[in-house]
Structure formats: structure tokens, C-alpha cells
Design a protein around this ligand. Structure first.
Ligand SMILES: C[S@@+](CC[C@H](N)C(=O)[O-])C[C@H]1O[C@@H](n2cnc3c(N)ncnc32)[C@H](O)[C@@H]1O
Length: 245
């Protein structure tokens, strides 16, 4: 099991093609972000640049991606070489972000769930708040802090499973197993509850925090039928959060 994306960078990239990624994750996150036209955007934990590229395509004026994994950043830079969009990709740790307050929007898809305790979460949220202009927004999707993972249903029909071993509480590891054809891979992230998140946002200097349930695209309903999505939407394994500085 890993939190290191170097060896699984390509497999993770393929997992972004699973239907729930398109019809729930990307659909919900992009709706929440709204129109980024003309904005200066930082994508933290950008991975191989999935959202970084989309934000630039949707009109963001300047986009920078930061990720801890050299392997992920190499995949992102390879895409940039193939289809130049003027995106800058940097290897860096979100717990040590020290950038000037120059961004209108910070996006982070699956960063906060790598904080293993409230101290690490505070380091991440403080760095993010610092680099936003006053009034700037932070938009993020993570493992759902409101879900009791040990009693969550199977998500196998969507191409993944979650599991927890041992007692469930602050800092508990959550294992996500992704199934890609005959292959599978695991990643591990960590559980911190909703109150811990709210406190971290407040203490970092965000004046508003809004939690959003996943939204399902009309195409997702048309293609798979509404019933297919019921377990996901009843026990959402991911949550969307929007904070305003
Ligand atoms: C699940 S991937 C998400 C990648 C991308 N945001 C996406 O949605 O496709 C999580 C990413 O977080 C990165 N990551 C984990 N901890 C980090 C940290 N402290 N600072 C920066 N990146 C981190 C990992 O290297 C990995 O690329």
C-alpha cells in the first residue's frame, strides 16, 4: 500500500477514466470552481495534471501545478511538451507551501486526505490560505470526512473499494483499491473528521467554509441509469469543500 505516487503514476492516470471520475468527481469539482477565466490558479497535489490542464483549457490566465511526486510531475510535463499550454509544474510539498498571496483560486483534488493528523492538515491549509488573494477561493475534493468508512458499502461496481483495518478514528488509514481490467493497485490516505477540517480552515484564515455533496452529470444518468449511482450518492466516499479567504 502506498502514499508514494512515483510507482503508480501511470495506473493512477488510467483510473481517472473510470465513469465516476467523469460523471461525479470532475462534474462536481468543475461546477464548484465555476468559470476560471482570467484567474491566476494554483493546483496543489496536481498529480499528472488532470485538473491543471482542464483549468487552463477553461480560460485560467496562469496555472501552476505542484506535487510531491517526481513521477507525477514528469507525466504532467510530458503532456505539456506534447500540447503546450503554458502551465508550470513544480515538485513540492504542500505542507511547506510558501508562495506570495498572488492566486485567485487554489484547487486541490485529494490533497487534504494525506494529512495524517491535525498538525499536518494545519500546515497544508495555512500554506494554501497564505497564497490566496483576499476574497480568493480554495476548492477541494477529498475522501469524505463525514463517512464512517468501516460501514461503507461496496463501491466495486464503480471500479474501486475502500477498507479500514483496526479502530476507526483520527488519523486512521483508509485503503482505496482501484480495479483496472485485470490489474489493481492500492493507495492509502487518512481520516480526519469534519470538525477537525472546519477548525483547520478557520485557523488558517478562511472566513467561510461550505461543504457540497457530489453532483451527478445528466450524461451519467443517461448512460448508466439512476439506480446505478444510488450506493455512491447515499454513502458518498468523496466530499467537495469550498473555502473563502
Ligand atoms: C490521488 S492523487 C490526485 C492527483 C490529482 N489532483 C488528480 O485529481 O488527478 C494525490 C496526489 O497528491 C500528491 N500529494 C500527496 N501529499 C502531498 C503533499 N504533501 N504535497 C504535494 N502533493 C502531495 C500525490 O503525490 C498525488 O499525486
Amino acid at each position: 500500500m502506498t502514499t508514494n505516487y512515483d510507482p503508480i503514476a501511470e495506473q493512477y492516470r488510467l483510473s481517472k477514466q473510470q465513469p465516476w471520475r467523469t460523471h461525479i468527481e470532475a462534474y462536481s469539482l468543475l461546477r464548484l470552481i465555476g468559470n476560471p477565466s482570467g484567474m491566476s490558479v494554483l493546483d496543489v497535489a496536481c498529480g499528472e495534471g488532470f485538473y491543471t490542464r482542464l483549468l487552463r483549457q477553461q480560460g485560467a490566465a496562469a496555472v501552476t501545478g505542484v506535487d510531491l511526486s517526481q513521477g507525477m510531475i514528469e507525466l504532467a510535463r510530458r503532456q505539456e511538451e506534447l500540447h503546450q499550454q503554458g502551465i508550470e509544474y513544480v515538485v513540492g510539498d504542500a505542507k511547506q507551501l510558501n508562495l506570495p498571496a498572488q492566486y485567485d483560486l487554489v484547487v486541490a483534488a485529494y490533497l487534504l486526505n494525506y494529512a495524517q493528523d491535525r498538525q499536518e492538515l494545519a500546515e497544508m491549509t495555512r500554506g494554501i490560505a497564505r497564497c490566496l488573494k483576499p476574497g480568493g477561493r480554495f476548492v477541494t475534493v477529498n475522501s469524505n470526512p463525514g463517512l464512517t468508512f468501516p460501514t461503507a458499502p461496496s463501491y466495486r461496481q464503480y471500479g474501486f473499494e475502500t477498507s479500514v483495518t483496526g479502530p476507526f478514528g483520527e488519523g486512521s488509514p483508509i485503503k482505496w483499491t482501484f480495479f483496472l481490467g485485470n490489474e489493481q493497485f492500492d493507495i492509502e490516505n487518512y481520516y480526519l473528521d469534519t470538525n477537525i477540517h472546519e477548525a483547520a480552515f478557520r485557523e488558517a484564515g478562511f472566513r467561510e467554509t461550505r461543504w457540497h455533496a457530489p453532483q451527478l452529470s445528466p450524461e451519467g444518468i443517461a448512460e448508466f441509469g439512476g439506480d446505478f449511482w444510488v450506493p455512491f450518492n447515499t454513502y458518498p466516499p468523496v466530499a467537495f469543500i469550498e473555502c473563502v479567504k
